[in-house]
Design a protein around this ligand. Sequence first.
Ligand code: SF4
Ligand code: SF4
Length: 151
Amino acid sequence: MRRFLRTVFLIDLIEGLWVTFRTQHPRNICTDQYPRERPKIAERFRGAPRLNNHPETGETLCIACNLCAIACPEALIVVSSERNEKTKRKELTDFTYDLSRCMFCGLCEDACPVDALELTQDFEIASYTRDGLIWDRKMLEEGPRPARYKF
Ligand code: SF4
Ligand code: SF4
């Protein structure tokens, strides 16, 4: 009977409308005015990947060990390298990272023994094309350059 009366008198609808109107005051609005106001990014946020270079020499820190590619559950990292015949060491030639398949779990970053690969706090990584989400070594070293709007 109670259920019937609630249906007849549209009680559920009225209650729903009351919740809506109750939260219309401007103090309840919590929309970020992006890009006018840039959001605060949490300290442990994992965003755009970066391939770090040595701050003094500018040489890549990556030793082409391939551990990040092995650790990735999506197998989206491809590390290319060749052996330097003089030093007998592997040297990085290219690095491909398919952001469109990345779930930002951080396993690749954790696997890197030399802190060359890092998931940064950069979050503006949208692209108009799928190809635009496949980052090469140059892009990974330089980082994204999102448009900055002036108001
Ligand atoms: S964050 Fe996770 S899914 Fe993305 S590349 Fe690293 S290991 Fe793979
Ligand atoms: S784990 Fe680190 S050092 Fe090894 S290939 Fe990946 S980025 Fe380079």
